[in-house]
Design a protein around this ligand. Sequence first.
Ligand code: SF4
Length: 344
Amino acid sequence: MASAAQPTLRHDWSREEVQALFDLPFPVLMQRAADVHRACFDPAEVQVSTLLSVKTGGCPEDCAYCPQAQRYHTGVQAQKLMSLDAVLEKARAAKAAGASRFCMGAAWRSPKDRDIPKVAEMVREVKALGLETCATLGMLSGEQALKLRAAGLDYYNHNLDSAPEFYGEIIHTREYQDRLDTLGHVRDTGMKTCSGGIVGMGETRAQRAGLLQALANLPAHPDSVPINRLVRVEGTPLAKTEELDPFEFVRTIAVARIVMPRSMVRLSAGREAMSDELQALCFLAGANSIFYGEKLLTTGNPDVERDQALFQRLGLRPMQVDAAAAGVPGTVHADIVHSDEEAA
Ligand code: SF4
């Protein structure tokens, strides 16, 4: 990690401040984001995660971007929860391909209590392979979060998706507050949080700023912040949405880096459609995490070879994770503890 002065972690960003960052001339914004990136991370390192859909499709929710929602006709075949052995086979392959974190996703509104022991077993066994573990299963109760934590789950993903005022145009089957509540349950267990959103859903720049403001003003910055670029899937209500200007996507990455300096900012869905040059710009803007290898839930993702070739051309290397230390609170949580001590 670079030794320059560490940026202060703030949780009081105003919408105007975040929007002013978006509005900076592109080279100025890139420079500011790169300075923050270098102060907090080695910019040559990129954390690599693999995401496996352990239960696909058939979801009762109505997220307008999602091919797994039962109500849209997208050709996704609903599948039951995968067997433990099948998950472990994928996890071993992910580790062999250089992944340090293995994320298991299930298309549920929320897991049923009877599902938790099965997922907990997956978590225990994947962790035993020396991988960090992450799950994304929908809304969680406090008790479910505790059980997953007890099984050794390191991260829980639950995205805010969009700005609070735009959210109602995308999802009608649960509230923004439900998402905040789930993140709260996860934080309360000491698990690390992964939370970001999707851009290019027809939102304005002010609303993109609103998403990042909401994430940065959480009680703790998410340890990982996936920034997804909408994949316009035929059959979903957003299939015909106008494509977001690629530079606007890069700006979103840069602003995320500035307002959440010590979080992993992740290029997630939509990366397959990005040119190598656009991905390189995102790394310059402070992205330092990607999903690779496995299918990114049900949308495509560049294959391992293309990613490895890109890393080689750019002189990037996968971030090494000390699996033994994976269970300790992340830097962002550490900051919260510090703040609490200060306040006490
Ligand atoms: S995003 Fe998640 S909750 Fe929403 S429809 Fe898709 S699988 Fe269901």
